[in-house]
Design a binder for this molecule. Structure first.
Ligand code: NI
Length: 149
């Protein structure tokens, strides 16, 4: 057999997940007027919802034995447990302890998800696999990418 894995191959593997959640963009350190100016209708008192679509990308060297980078069944289970269970059908300002004291913009959410996943992945992956990117599509038109920098 032509052993394509005879040399190390760096690869990127992405899993998509979805959840819906409410948030309000409001910084309590600023006045009502400033919040209104910065966040507009996104600062409305009762919040509003989004259907978030998240793409999690791992990178690393393909395992020579399995041919996988990382078992996608295991990644699916991990994302359900760490991300969907934590955020789905929540109000991000009030019900997620990792977001307490932050304005839950998509940027902040991306970094928060990165931190949650990185600390979890550290415990279960070998050094050949790492978190590469968290991408959040907040709407069909707006997305944010965080690469851990
Ligand atoms: Ni919003």
């Amino acid at each position: 057999m032509n052993d394509v894995l005879a040399k190390s191959r760096k690869i990127y593997v992405t899993r998509k997940i979805e959840f819906n959640a409410a948030h309000r963009l409001f910084n309590p350190e600023l006045s009502e007027e400033e919040n209104q100016r910065i966040y507009g209708k996104c600062s409305g008192l009762y919040g509003h919802g989004h259907n978030y679509v998240i793409e999690i990308t791992l990178s690393g060297i393909i395992d020579r034995t399995t041919g996988y980078l990382f078992d996608l069944k295991a990644l699916k289970a991990l994302l359900e447990e760490e991300i969907v269970a934590r955020f789905d059908h929540r109000h991000l300002n009030h019900e997620v302890k990792e977001l307490e004291r932050s304005v839950p913009t998509t940027e902040v959410l991306a970094v928060t998800i990165w931190d949650i996943l990185e600390s979890r992945l550290e415990t279960i992956t070998n050094k050949e696999v790492s978190l590469h990117e968290v991408k959040i599509n907040e709407t069909g038109k707006n997305s944010v990418r965080y690469l851990g920098e």
